[in-house]
Ligand binder design. Structure first.
Ligand SMILES: O=P([O-])([O-])O[C@@H]1[C@@H](O)[C@H](O)[C@@H](O)[C@H](O)[C@@H]1O
Ligand SMILES: [Mg+2]
Length: 281
């Protein structure tokens, strides 16, 4: 049977690598910082320019007729998954890191058809590491197979959590209360790279056991979701239910034991969905 998406997958890897090179060479001139949802939710000309480069490469190859495009800096098509082939793109995941020269910045490109994620590509461009996965065909870093950790004891785990860009006191209190409870289980450590896409790849390659966050967007996690699953991991909603790409919350983990142990400690707070539907509790 013809494999319809292999060419698109390979093209996405090429585009991600080129976009990463553009990020690396963006000099100080381009790091003119603007803000979005809060004074600490940063965006630069590089975010916008690199998204344009990615979109024009994909539209040039696949046309604008039947493919839809969801991108952090444009969201020309609303964040609603249809059955149409849909590209879900974060051109610069870890924008704050990029502005500060903190060396974890990723290009995240995911592709969905019939509302199902078909493949994900995450290029950690400062590390020059290419993570990728196609549904049902395994996960890779620089073409080497990667697998989640086999740790089942929470007290032998490293957990990633991020504080995001919302600084409202009630949310910050819940975020740090959750972190304190997890830290004092105790776990071996808490970490965070500052980019959700990279965090998910760290779960996928077994460097950490889980990453959870409330407040991320579909473009931050869509590619990482494929990579975690194909590396043998699991992704759930923070309430233990099924993962929902548009819900702006998730737990990704090496196995269900670790995922459920983390979920027990998460203090959930509301976060408006990417698709505008009412948020679940
Ligand atoms: O904005 P961006 O750098 O593409 O995405 C980032 C996410 O990857 C990260 O998980 C989150 O904690 C940050 O607040 C920010 O949203
Ligand atoms: Mg971004």
């Amino acid at each position: 049977m013809e494999d319809k998406w292999q060419e698109a997958y390979e093209f996405a890897v090429e585009v991600a690598r080129k976009a990463g090179a553009e990020i690396r060479k963006a000099g100080d001139s381009e790091i003119k910082v603007n803000t979005k949802s809060s004074s600490v939710d940063l965006v630069t000309q590089t975010d916008q320019r690199v998204e344009k480069i990615i979109f024009s490469a994909l539209k040039g190859k696949f046309g604008e007729g039947c493919h839809r495009f969801i991108g952090e800096e444009s969201t020309v098509d609303s964040c609603v998954l249809t059955d149409k082939p849909t590209w879900i793109i974060d051109p610069v995941d870890g924008t704050t890191n990029f502005v500060h020269g903190f060396p974890f910045v990723a290009v995240s490109i995911a592709f969905a058809v019939n509302k199902e994620l078909e493949f994900g590509v995450v290029y950690s461009c400062m590390e020059d590491k290419m993570y990728k996965a196609r549904r049902g065909q395994g996960a890779f870093c620089d073409d080497e197979p990667i697998y989640v950790s086999d740790v089942k004891e929470i007290k032998k785990s490293i957990i990633i959590s991020e504080h995001g860009t919302d600084r409202s006191p009630e949310k910050v209190k819940k975020i740090f209360s959750t972190m304190q409870k997890i830290l004092c289980i105790p776990v071996h450590g808490l970490r965070g790279s500052g980019t959700a896409a990279t965090n998910m790849c760290l779960v996928a390659c077994g460097a950490v056991e889980a990453f959870f966050e409330i407040g991320i967007h579909c473009w931050d996690i869509a590619a990482g979701a494929v990579i975690v699953r194909e590396a043998g991991g699991i992704i759930l909603d923070v309430n233990g239910g099924p993962f929902d790409l548009m819900s702006r919350r998730m737990v990704s983990a090496n196995n269900e034991i670790i995922a459920n142990r983390i979920i027990k400690e998460i203090e959930i707070f509301p976060s408006p969905r990417d698709d505008g539907k009412p948020q679940l509790e």
